[in-house]
Design a protein. Structure first.
Length: 116
């Protein structure tokens, strides 16, 4: 659906091009990690996608969830050096933008299956 698309490859390249954002780490001031932040934002996004496409068949919902898991795994691999560290403000902003782009990709794919 999304993870096997050219757009997703472009999105991963966008992440790779911006890895410098993740070079700076923040002292562990709070229990929130990059892992937590990514998981929280992707969870919010997938819930919103499912609400917006409420007539979506359960098969398609499972595909979305499975793909979100794959995206988390990809992000964990790319961001492994900071995955368990507290995100900086700039990293949070980048993650927000990245997750928004992922949501847009799902919306575009799902509109073809379930026009709103």
């Amino acid at each position: 659906m999304v993870t096997d698309s050219d757009g997703y490859v472009d999105l991963i390249n966008f992440l790779a091009d911006n890895l410098a954002i993740f070079e700076k780490t923040q002292p562990h001031q709070n229990p929130l990690t990059v892992c937590d932040y990514v998981s929280e934002k992707l969870s919010e996004s997938v819930m919103l996608v499912c609400r917006q496409h409420e007539h979506l068949e359960s098969d398609h919902r499972f595909i979305v969830i499975r793909e979100i898991d794959a995206i988390v795994n990809d992000l964990e691999q790319v961001l492994s050096s900071v995955w368990m560290k507290s995100p900086t403000q700039q990293q949070q902003q980048f993650i927000d933008e990245f997750v928004g782009l992922i949501k847009n990709m799902f919306d575009n794919e799902l509109i073809a299956l379930d026009p709103i």
